[in-house]
Design a protein around this ligand. Structure first.
Ligand SMILES: [Ca+2]
Ligand SMILES: [Ca+2]
Length: 384
């Protein structure tokens, strides 16, 4: 009897060990622990990793930086941002624009950011906010890159999850700005408007779902727009000119007064004070270590880009929780990583030089967030 029990325990022990090992990410990635300060710990299979519910009676400066300046936001805005215009009460953040003289400006308002305190790459941002009404306000919940990996604005991107200007009261907008598409060049920013009659009368839920090469913005569960990277439509530029959204971004919440967009119809001084109310800001991520089981599919259909010299792209691999990056091989040897299904053999290879005019055998391998790899693609012959 004793021998049987010992045998069973060993058997069970081995079984548990074996099943854990089968799901152990090759790259040692650990499972996510929900952030305890988040009132909704799990959402649509995502885990809450950061949140401000705006409880307490002051802004939590371990999560936010308060901006104080009369710089004009780069858009000729009329406000001076002050900490006095930021308050937290009854579970809500209040950002209030006022008509009052300060620092050479005729209006004051508030702007906070989570730089170095809450910044993320890929996941789901959820913000519940009510924006103020009236001509002259320009309210926004948006994101900027912390490190500017691809250079200063707009080259490293901007994600506007929600923007609202008071003279256009019943619409909200979602936009991205990049090297190729921004409001200061002829292409313009990629912008999607959405009619929302309740923008200024109730809290609405703005959500960004952000993955490699894919971004979707919704309001109250309804789609505003999608910003996806499609190399076949962008054969003139490296992927980061169109989709630099593969680096850490932080949140910004503000109410501007006037400016190049908010001030198009002037400022109605009778509307002040004008307050944006934010119930919460939450950020969720996929628990790759918990959910991932499969290897990505092998990349297929490699092609040379028609306009971008020495650039190639391929059909994106699929995976159960998403492809994080691709490994590029030259002559059977690992050469470099790229975050999307496009690679440029120029300006990317500080220590590895390929000879112009020579033909090389190129292969691609997909890698998911847990380090699981696809097979190597078929050989593509590229003449540089
Ligand atoms: Ca709250
Ligand atoms: Ca996978």
């Amino acid at each position: 009897m004793k021998k049987t029990i010992i045998f069973s325990l060993i058997f069970i022990g081995s079984f548990v060990l074996a099943s854990c090992q089968s799901n152990n990410p090759p790259n040692g990635l650990e499972r996510l622990t929900p952030y305890e300060g988040c009132e909704v710990a799990q959402l649509d299979g995502y885990v809450c990793v950061w949140a401000d519910e705006f409880n307490g009676d002051a802004l939590d400066e371990t999560k936010w930086n308060i901006e104080e300046n009369g710089f004009g936001g780069g858009n000729n805005e009329l406000q001076f941002y002050r900490k006095e215009n930021i308050s937290v009460t009854d579970g809500h953040l209040l950002i209030t624009a006022r008509q009052e003289y300060f620092g050479g400006r005729n209006y004051t308002s508030g702007r906070i950011n989570s730089k170095y305190k809450g910044e993320f790459t890929y996941g789901k941002a959820v913000i519940a906010a009510q924006v103020p009404a009236g001509k002259g306000t320009w309210s926004a919940a948006w994101m900027l890159p912390t490190m500017n990996t691809y250079g200063s604005w707009p080259n490293s991107g901007e994600i506007d999850i929600m923007e609202h200007v008071g003279y256009d009261n019943n619409r909200v907008f979602a936009s991205t700005h990049t090297t190729k598409f921004n409001h200061q060049n002829t292409n313009g920013a990629l912008t999607f408007p959405k009619t929302l009659y309740e923008a200024t009368t109730q809290l609405n839920i703005y959500e960004l779902v952000w993955a490699p090469g894919e971004m979707r913005v919704t309001v109250n569960g309804e789609r505003i727009g999608e910003f996806n990277y499609t190399p076949a439509f962008n054969q003139d530029v490296p992927y980061d000119d169109v989709y630099p959204f593969d680096q850490a971004f932080h949140f910004i919440l503000n109410v501007a007064v006037g400016g190049d967009w908010g001030g198009v119809q002037g400022v109605d001084d009778s509307i002040f004070p004008a307050t944006m109310i934010v119930d919460y800001v939450r950020f969720y991520q996929i628990d790759y270590a918990e959910l991932d089981r499969e290897n990505p599919t092998t990349p297929e259909d490699i092609r040379k880009m028609t306009q971008l010299n020495q650039g190639i792209f391929w059909k994106p691999s699929t995976d159960d929780t998403g492809v994080e990056k691709y490994a590029v091989y030259v002559e059977g040897e690992f050469f470099d990583h790229t975050n999307l299904n496009q690679y440029t053999f120029i300006n990317r290879i500080p220590f590895k030089v390929l000879m112009p005019g020579k033909t090389y055998e190129i292969q691609i391998r997909a890698v998911d967030f847990t380090g699981r790899e696809s097979g190597l693609s078929e050989v593509f012959e590229l003449t540089l």
